[in-house]
Design a protein around this ligand. Structure first.
Ligand code: GLN
Length: 488
């Protein structure tokens, strides 16, 4: 059984294709592991019966010769993805009883590819945060060390993938929520280009930034999952109508002559020495593989964090106005309708969500709109232009994914919100520019924690970054499995 939970998706598909294992075997092994791994609090809702039923159906399809791209593979969804008939909470109180009558496009596509759903994964509340500490259902723990956070907001996804509680998971990334938890938990995750995947049925945080993406234990597995998840959808007007290439075809193993940019703005004075060392190692790995390393500049990087927090909060304040205590949310009655709204929202939203609604409402208010929101949009364009210029010189950009390895939950609870936001410094620029970014584990800190590096690419060039990431992964030869948590 342990063997089954240690497989990558591609290894498992191979065994399934050869008839050595069934989807029911694979699914059962993961359900057992989920029970042992409950200490991590990675799942908000487990759906073992549903999973076994889906696994049986998958085995039948396989016998009938109908084999999807992820046929029989047990995966799980971040609890931001609406799943028909399965509670979807966004890790909030206000949606704690919400059972969607419809399925998100991306989770439907994963089903259509033959995968099996094990359950719904923990996240920061409405994906606002980088630790899962803002979840109404309690924080997830990091499988490498239970005192540490798994990162966030897709922390449940990262912890579950890292600990073998699913083979792959969906995440979502608005300002780093796939890439930073991937780094903290030693797994791989890609935020695709804005518009690559449909956002239909994914609880919205900041609509000009939100993007769906996969998290798994190898670059190849992420390529397979994204293949199934990506593509045009008439239900989301922001999804691009561009063909989805065959991502695994891109994994040629050869990156000779590729130009990799190293932006000087990502190496501030006082950068964590362990992070700097892994970054240097990554640069050397790519050089050894025949890539050309080019020093570049992304001059507006320092504005990304404030611009992100203005834009994201502004959009969140608008998106979250739909949770009113009347439709599909928890309700706290009041003397009149206004009081009902106020009571329901006060009771249903956590502190971080309230903070962002207040910030967002402020930057959008009359008299401040131009000074904050309009100006932020202008600076966003400069950040975008920095990348456009850089990609005239280089094929991809290599940076750390996060300024530190995983932090302790206790330390984070003592920090001021603004200091917590600094953790998003390396991920928000690519979010604002809408470009794809992958985070993969490349080394360990001096105290044995995973450190991920981020590879950024041109718009819609996920293939290009998969190709380079695959080589980097092989060079780094990172032990894919964090310390197991069984029985702890
Ligand atoms: N940590 C960032 C934030 O709190 C990013 C969140 C995300 O990407 N969903 O906004």
């Amino acid at each position: 059984m342990t063997d089954l939970i240690n497989l990558t998706i591609s290894e498992a598909l191979d065994k399934l294709n050869k008839g050595e294992i069934s989807s029911v075997d694979l699914t059962r092994a993961h359900i057992e592991e989920m029970a042992k791994g409950r200490v991590l609090n990675a799942y908000i809702t487990e759906t073992p019966e549903l999973a076994l039923e889906q696994a049986k159906q998958s085995d039948e399809r396989r016998r009938a010769g109908r084999v999807g791209l992820l046929e029989g593979i047990p995966v799980a969804n971040k609890d931001l993805y609406c799943t028909k008939g399965v509670r979807t909470t966004a890790a909030s109180k206000i949606l704690s009883n919400f059972v969607p009558p419809y399925e998100s496009t991306v989770s439907q596509k994963l089903k259509d590819a033959g995968s099996v759903m094990l359950g719904k994964l923990n996240t920061d509340q409405f994906a606002m945060g980088g630790s899962t500490l803002t979840s109404y259902f309690g924080a997830t723990k990091n499988p490498w060390n239970l005192d540490l956070v798994p990162g966030g907001s897709s922390g449940g996804s990262a912890a579950a993938v890292g600990a073998g509680l699913c083979m792959g998971a969906t995440g979502s990334d608005t300002g780093g929520s796939i890439r930073q938890p991937a780094s903290f938990c030693g797994v791989t995750g890609i935020k695709p280009t804005y518009g690559r995947c449909s956002r239909y049925g994914i609880v919205a945080f900041a609509s000009s930034l939100d993007q769906a993406g996969p998290m798994a234990r190898s670059v190849r597995d992420c390529a397979l999952m994204l293949q199934a998840m990506a593509g045009y959808d008439e239900k989301d007007s922001t999804v691009a109508n561009v063909p989805v290439p065959d991502y695994t075809q891109a994994l040629s193993g050869d990156i000779r002559g590729k130009k990799i940019g190293i932006p000087k703005e990502y190496r501030p004075d006082g950068l964590n020495p362990d992070v700097a060392a892994v970054w240097d190692k990554g640069i050397q790995f790519l050089r050894d593989a025949g890539a050309e390393i080019v020093d570049i500049s992304l001059p507006h990087t320092k504005y990304a964090l404030p611009v992100y927090y203005i834009v994201a909060c502004a959009e969140a304040s608008s998106n979250l106005s739909r949770y009113d205590g009347v439709r599909y949310t928890t309700r706290v009655e009041g003397k009149n309708l206004d009081e009902l709204y106020e009571n329901s929202r006060t009771d249903g939203f956590g502190d971080e969500v309230v903070r962002r609604i207040l910030l967002g409402t402020f930057v959008l208010s009359a008299g401040f709109y131009d000074a904050y929101y309009t100006r932020a949009q202008r600076v966003r364009r400069l950040i975008y232009n920095d990348f456009v210029e850089a990609f005239k010189q280089v094929d991809a950009i290599l940076t750390p994914a996060a300024p530190t390895p995983a932090l302790s939950a206790e330390a984070l609870k003592q920090m001021k919100p603004v200091d917590v936001y600094l953790g998003d410094v390396f991920t928000t620029p690519a979010s604002l520019a809408g470009i794809p970014g992958i985070s993969l584990p490349v080394g360990l800190s001096s105290n044995g924690l995973p450190i991920g590096l981020q590879l950024l690419g041109r718009h819609f060039d996920e293939s290009g970054i998969f190709q380079i990431a695959d080589v980097l992964e092989k060079q780094a030869n990172f032990d894919k499995l964090p310390r197991r948590v069984k029985g702890e």
